[in-house]
Structure formats: structure tokens, C-alpha cells
Design a protein around this ligand. Structure first.
Ligand code: AMP
Length: 117
């Protein structure tokens, strides 16, 4: 499936629709989720056209994927989540409930997070 440049995160990355940015650099932006599933719910988005999700990742992507996870941990720390804990989630495809076809990492925290189901 080709990358859809009209997906909502592509539009957010191009500033065509508004978002609440909590972080940005040359590689990533981090925004508040519009429908938060926890008191703190932040999404880390890589810039660029794709990948759609983790299934598209190749070995060559490992360095920036690693940086994305390290960045998420840093944002979680800055949001005061480290002591109580938090969850990092990357959904892939239908059965995971992925709704936006642009790879993104969820940071969830601020309450007790129960099972993964
Ligand atoms: P996923 O289900 O993993 O694809 O996650 C997509 C997330 O994007 C959901 O948690 C949505 O609430 C969130 N979302 C959708 N549209 C927007 C938007 N315009 N701004 C911020 N978050 C959004």
C-alpha cells in the first residue's frame, strides 16, 4: 500500500491542520492526542512520507527508530511520568486498531494502565 500524503498526520506535519506540539526537531514532532486515552497522551511522529507502520520498517531504519524511542522516554521524563511509569505503544494494522497510516509512537501515562487488551 502506498503512503497516503493526505492522512491526518501528514497534514499536521505540513501545518495544514492544527495540533498541540510539545516537541519538534529536524526528525520528529510530538503532539498531544486529540482524544486522549490517559491524562498524558502524546504521539511522536517521524517527519517525511512514511513509513505507514512498523511492518514497513527495514534494518536501515533501526537508528532513527531507536532515536524515536529514546526521544519518547525523554518526553515522558519531561512530562513527569518516569517515577509513576508510562506505556509506549506502536500500533500496526487493523487488529491493533491503527487508524492513521503514518507510523507513530504513543506515550501514555498519568494513571494506572491495565491490560493490553
Ligand atoms: P492509532 O490508533 O495508533 O492509529 O492512533 C491514532 C491516534 O491519533 C489516535 O489516538 C487518535 O486519537 C489520534 N488522532 C487522530 N486525529 C488526530 C489529530 N487531528 N490530532 C491529534 N491526534 C489525533
Amino acid at each position: 500500500m502506498p503512503y497516503d500524503p493526505e492522512n491526518v498526520f501528514a497534514k499536521i506535519l505540513r501545518d495544514e491542520i492544527p495540533s498541540t506540539r510539545v516537541y519538534e526537531d529536524a526528525e520528529f514532532i510530538a503532539i498531544r492526542d486529540v482524544a486522549p486515552a490517559a491524562p498524558t497522551h502524546i504521539l511522536v511522529l517521524p517527519r517525511g512520507d512514511g513509513p505507514i507502520g512498523p511492518a514497513d520498517l527495514q534494518d536501515a531504519d533501526a537508528p532513527w527508530v531507536g532515536r524515536m524511542v529514546v526521544l519518547a522516554a525523554r518526553i515522558a521524563r519531561e512530562q513527569g511520568l518516569t517515577e509513576t511509569g508510562y506505556r509506549l505503544v506502536v500500533n500496526c494494522g487493523r487488529d491493533a486498531g491503527q487508524t492513521v497510516p503514518h507510523l507513530h509512537l504513543h506515550i501514555l501515562g498519568g494513571r494506572m494502565l491495565h491490560g493490553l487488551g
